[in-house]
Ligand binder design. Structure first.
Ligand code: AMP
Ligand code: GLY
Length: 421
């Protein structure tokens, strides 16, 4: 079987890596991939905005199954397009992808189905938004509606900050804005919760806690994710039940009522406040770096899981996990999330010796003349599975030290809440 994966991050390398160990998979293509995927797949450099070009390549090379990693092509309707061409594809369609593509779509769904989320208001212009803020308490959260690559969310402690946020959003910093969202600030602890669905059946796909801030102690600017651990320390049977019954099930039901279904990974970004789950956001894909953290724990055949979703047979497929603690540390280019140098050589990667339960997934890397260069903000993901988080972290830090790369930095305190307590 030939499988194609769209994306170029650590998430996609982790998916490729898992698939490459499956006998049935004879050939992998990654669009466009990175230096890590180059070793196990054929990297194809193609304009991902040009669906026709992609379709031609898929047909010409007789690719049997396409997996869509990132949100942008999903929100742009790549699944609908490929399915119309009779190409098997794993991921949600354009209507369902609004769960990530439009925060207002999701908020309205929450309202209609009583899904717990922060109280909110939608505002069409600066005056109405500012008028509302005169009567509110701080902190307050202001959000642009559409995709903003993890930006577009302002947590404002005072009126001056809120004013800047409103102006920037309406001035089009995150694309043309006809409206924005103002919501209550929820004080709690975040958790990433994953499910997979074929449109009929929903199955759990793990939990994790992601460290989004750039500096140790969860301080500094927001990033795409500096590391994660799985399972989240917050999850327990009771909470799990609440998440499924109060958040996931009504969402799937809500989509059904507007005439669509959900096929693919669904990632609920939750705030847990005194044991109660609140939906902060949906992502219509696996998380990054959560995917790299969770996938090594998967015992079952990932190809079979993808295929059963495409064939609406997920109810017949068991998803079994290793009962291990997984931890992931991301190495970033110096300067990230601000300006950083590109095309920095990473010399010692091939010399690193990884144990059986250790992985190094590439993200912003490129292979040029058999040498590996850092080209992105987040560069490498080191993952380790073991009996406890502390051991996993120590092993990863040893590997990173042996890499001895001075072009990047990492957080040494990933999972501190489960390690230092
Ligand atoms: P989002 O892109 O919606 O996930 O928001 C980015 C980050 O902002 C989240 O991961 C949270 O840390 C934070 N955040 C968003 N909405 C809220 C809220 N209502 N209350 C507290 N923190 C929030
Ligand atoms: N880990 C955050 C994200 O994937 O959006």
């Amino acid at each position: 079987m030939k499988v194609g994966i769209i994306g170029s991050g650590g998430r996609e390398h982790a998916i490729c890596h898992k698939l490459s160990s499956i006998k049935k998979v004879k050939q992998l293509y990654c669009f466009p991939g990175n230096a890590g995927t180059a070793k196990i797949a054929q990297n194809i450099s193609i304009n991902l905005n040009n669906f026709d070009e992609l379709k031609n390549f898929i047909k010409l090379n007789k690719i049997d199954l396409m997996i869509i990693g990132p949100e942008k092509p999903l929100v742009d309707g790549i699944v609908d397009f490929l399915e119309e061409q009779n190409i098997k594809v794993f991921g949600p369609n354009k209507v369902a992808s609004q769960l990530e593509g439009s925060k207002i779509f999701t908020k309205n769904l929450c309202k209609k189905y009583n899904i717990p989320t922060a109280n909110f208001g939608i505002f069409q212009n600066i005056d109405d938004a500012e008028q509302f803020l005169k009567e509110t308490k701080y902190p307050i959260v202001i959000k642009a509606d559409g995709l903003a690559s993890g930006k577009g969310v302002y947590i404002c402690d005072k009126p001056e900050e809120a004013k800047i946020a409103i102006n920037e959003i309406f001035e089009g910093k995150f694309g043309i804005a006809n409206n924005l969202l103002i919501e209550e600030f929820l004080k709690g602890e975040e958790m990433s919760y994953f499910v997979i669905s074929d449109g009929k059946t929903v199955k759990k796909f793990g939990t994790a806690q992601d460290h989004k801030r750039v500096s140790e102690g969860d301080l500094g600017k927001n990033t795409g994710g500096m590391g994660a651990y799985s399972p989240s320390r917050l999850i327990n049977k009771e909470l799990d039940k609440k998440i499924l019954s109060k958040i996931i099930e009504p969402t799937i039901q809500g989509l059904k009522e507007i005439g669509t279904n959900y096929k693919g990974f669904l990632y609920a970004g939750l705030m847990i406040v005194e044991g109660e789950p609140y939906l902060i956001e949906y992502n219509v894909r696996m998380g990054d770096p959560e995917c790299q953290t969770i996938l090594p724990k998967l015992k079952s055949d990932l190809l079979e899981i993808f295929l059963s979703c495409c064939n609406e047979k997920l109810n017949e497929t068991e998803i079994i996990w290793h009962n291990k603690k997984s931890l992931c540390i991301v190495i970033c280019s110096n300067g990230y999330p601000d300006q950083f140098n590109k095309n920095v050589l990473i010399e010692n990667l091939s010399k690193i010796k990884l144990g059986t339960n250790e992985y190094c997934y590439h993200a912003g890397t490129e292979l040029i003349n058999e040498k590996i260069y850092a080209i992105g903000g987040r560069v490498l993901n080191f993952v380790c599975l073991s009996e406890n988080f502390s051991l996993s972290r120590t092993q990863i830090i040893d590997s990173i030290k042996s890499l001895n790369w001075n072009g990047g930095f990492y957080r040494k305190d990933i999972a501190y809440k489960v390690i230092n307590e």
